[in-house]
Design a protein around this ligand. Structure first.
Ligand SMILES: *[C@@H]1O[C@H](CO)[C@@H](O)[C@H](O)[C@H]1NC(C)=O
Ligand SMILES: *[C@@H]1O[C@H](CO)[C@@H](O)[C@H](O)[C@H]1NC(C)=O
Length: 344
């Protein structure tokens, strides 16, 4: 350290060169750690995506793909010839489940981290029992994932919030997969006699085009953000996009209230578990006055919705977490971790 007198004759080169060496090291250390200092050159990581999710043809992946999401030194590729050299390989579960893609089990260098990726709920995930002791890291919407990628989040807003859309309907619901055994369908059937709900989507033969969904839903006071199944942290675009981004108050059926509160202010949504019955829930929604209703949008003054709906951005997150992820970890029981409760 500078200012501290060094004893004479330290080291083989004597006191002066020793002090100079220490000073040089100190300057290097300062440069490395001081804010705005010269950062150590960073190696570019190559992340091999074995099969692009839900697509027979991957999107274009120019070298600046991750940089455009604010993740430098990160290169995504779908070129399988890079298997021997990639810093990590990502396998999306759906294509493993349907056998469109197979694991290159006997190839791949030792110690190369393999990532299991899925944004689906455990109810729609099969075949995990075959995947014992293969994956090192998990990429999913679950907060305890190694690479946690939520469907959305609230971020600080710059500038004023846009005005709330004008309303001319009470409650909207968009649903394509409608099955009597689903909790959301049971709840809808209990609600419908007490609450006017307009149902859109394939299930009601009123499909909405991708760009029609937001303007349609925005005209409603409430959106039934009912997840297709109820699982830890499983909060999807139904909450983030269809309700919050549209400007309709989400009425949520999904994980417990405490989970939603980890993602959004407690007064930004109505949770069905707060009510003893569907009738009570309907009465609460219909009895709300204007000032109570606007209270649900207080968050919009400071926050805006950010959606994470692009697989490129999700995969770039592998690089963000890469330096901090455990190297010696293996998911021996991926099924137990992801869907343990299903057997319970
Ligand atoms: C895939 O990578 C290999 C090895 O780097 C390279 O020779 C080949 O041209 C690449 N293929 C494509 C389609 O980019
Ligand atoms: C709206 O309802 C709340 C709670 O019932 C009440 O305190 C408030 O006075 C009402 N506001 C108006 C304008 O009616």
């Amino acid at each position: 350290m500078p200012g501290v007198p060094l004893p004479r004759g330290v080291g083989p080169w004597g006191a002066w060169p020793g002090a100079a060496l220490l000073t040089a090291l100190w300057i290097l250390w300062l440069l490395r750690w001081a804010p705005g200092g010269v950062p150590a050159p960073q190696r570019t990581l190559t992340i091999l995506i074995w099969h692009w999710p839900f697509a027979s043809r991957p999107p274009e992946l120019p070298r600046n793909t991750c940089a455009s999401y604010g993740v430098p030194h990160c290169c995504l590729s779908t070129n399988r010839s890079l298997l021997p050299s990639a810093d990590a390989v990502v396998f999306h579960h759906r294509e493993l489940q349907t056998r469109r893609a197979r694991l290159p089990l006997l190839s791949g260098p030792r110690g190369q981290p393999w990532v299991w990726a899925s944004m689906e709920s455990p109810s729609h995930t099969h075949g995990l029992g075959h995947l014992r002791g293969i994956f090192n890291w998990v990429l999913s919407y679950r907060r305890d994932s190694d690479i946690f990628v939520p469907y959305g989040r609230l971020e600080p807003r710059q500038g004023p919030a846009p005005p709330l859309p004008a309303k001319n309907g009470v409650a909207a619901w968009v649903v394509s997969n409608f099955q009597a055994r689903q909790q959301r369908v049971q709840l809808y059937r209990q609600l419908a006699p007490h609450l006017p709900v307009d149902v859109f989507g394939r299930a009601s033969r009123r499909p909405l085009c991708t760009t029609c969904l937001l303007p349609t839903v925005a005209r409603y006071l409430f959106y039934l953000a009912f997840e297709n199944s109820q699982h830890p942290d499983y909060i999807t675009e139904k909450f983030w996009h269809n309700a919050l981004a549209a400007g309709a108050v989400p009425v949520v059926l999904g994980p417990p209230r405490a989970t939603y509160e980890a993602f959004a202010p407690a007064d930004a949504f109505v949770h069905v578990e707060d009510f003893a019955s569907a009738r009570e829930l309907a009465a609460f929604l219909l009895g709300m006055n204007g000032s109570q209703y606007r209270r649900y949008f207080a968050w919009r003054d400071q926050l805006r919705v950010r959606l994470f709906d692009d697989w490129r951005e999700r995969f770039c997150a592998v690089c963000t977490h890469y330096p901090h992820l455990p190297r010696d970890q293996v998911y021996q029981d991926l099924q137990g971790w992801f869907q343990g409760w299903l057997q319970a």
